[in-house]
Design a protein around this ligand. Structure first.
Ligand SMILES: [Zn+2]
Length: 266
């Protein structure tokens, strides 16, 4: 494995498979760690996720030569075609999973925070705890929001590929959605879980702590209704989508498409 010839055995990438997933499947075949396998591709010292993020033409050509895969097939496993701001949103880790996918296959589109279905099985993606959107939101709200989420995802997809960059775009909309729409305030009675007087006393401090109030909760009231109070606030700007939970990124994707007509100061 020290020469620069072609590797004797190379798995074909699965449909829409990520480079990091493919490398993680190949490495054990050669009894190597992933970084050893990356070195065997001629890219010693490079991190597999960095390569996946932004593969240069030269690096792609090198991998193609070593594997016999076409340069196009190698590139298709990476996020080279996304604008940098969108690339920042790609989860490195395992993130969301499709229950129908083999456990060792990670797909490229499942890593995009505005994608909620497996590209191959169309199944609802699940978070690390096995939760899915229909289970979290309920079937009714899910069905009501799905079309808007799809439209929001189309907007984000175009933005990620550098289409329609001018004017008020998803980045500006995310800033708006995550902005505070009124002053921080403690939980209202409606927001509080049902609890005994004793519990109420025990949690007095929490119950009187001001919670930040973001526009998202007004623009997407379904989110406001089901999101647990403690994890309701989202990060600000693009990080909200990049690092949000399954529910949070779904609500943000819906919010991107919804015009803020109901956005009123509370
Ligand atoms: Zn799948």
């Amino acid at each position: 494995m020290t020469g620069h010839g072609r590797l004797p055995v190379v798995y074909a990438p699965d449909a829409d498979e990520r480079f990091s997933s493919w490398a993680a499947r190949m490495a054990p075949f050669y009894a190597m760690t992933v970084s050893e396998f990356v070195a065997a591709l001629g890219l010693q010292g490079h991190n597999v996720f960095d390569l996946e993020w932004r593969l240069s033409e030269g690096q792609g050509a090198l991998i193609a030569t070593r594997t016999g895969l076409s340069p196009e097939a190698v590139r298709a496993m990476t996020f080279w075609d996304l604008r940098p701001e969108a690339r920042m949103m790609i989860a490195r880790g395992h993130g969301r999973r499709c229950p129908a996918c083999p456990s060792d296959i990670r797909r490229r589109t499942s890593a995009l925070p505005w994608v909620f279905h497996c590209a191959v099985h169309v199944a609802d993606l699940q978070d690390a705890a096995g939760g899915s959107l229909p289970a979290i939101l309920g079937a009714g709200p899910m069905a009501a929001l799905e079309r808007t989420a799809k439209a929001g995802a189309t907007v984000l997809e175009a933005w990620a590929h550098g289409v329609g960059q001018q004017g008020f775009g998803p980045a500006e909309m995310l800033a708006l959605l995550t902005a505070r729409h009124r002053r921080a305030s403690p939980l209202s009675l409606r927001e509080q879980p049902r609890m005994s007087l004793q519990t109420r006393r025990d949690y007095h401090e929490f119950l009187t702590t001001p919670i930040i109030r973001q526009a998202l909760t007004v623009i997407v009231p379904e989110y406001d209704r089901v999101a647990p109070v403690l994890t309701k606030p989202v990060l600000s700007g693009p990080r909200s989508l990049a690092q949000g939970s399954l529910l949070q990124s779904f609500a943000l994707t819906v919010g991107i498409e919804l015009p803020p007509v109901s956005w009123t100061a509370g």
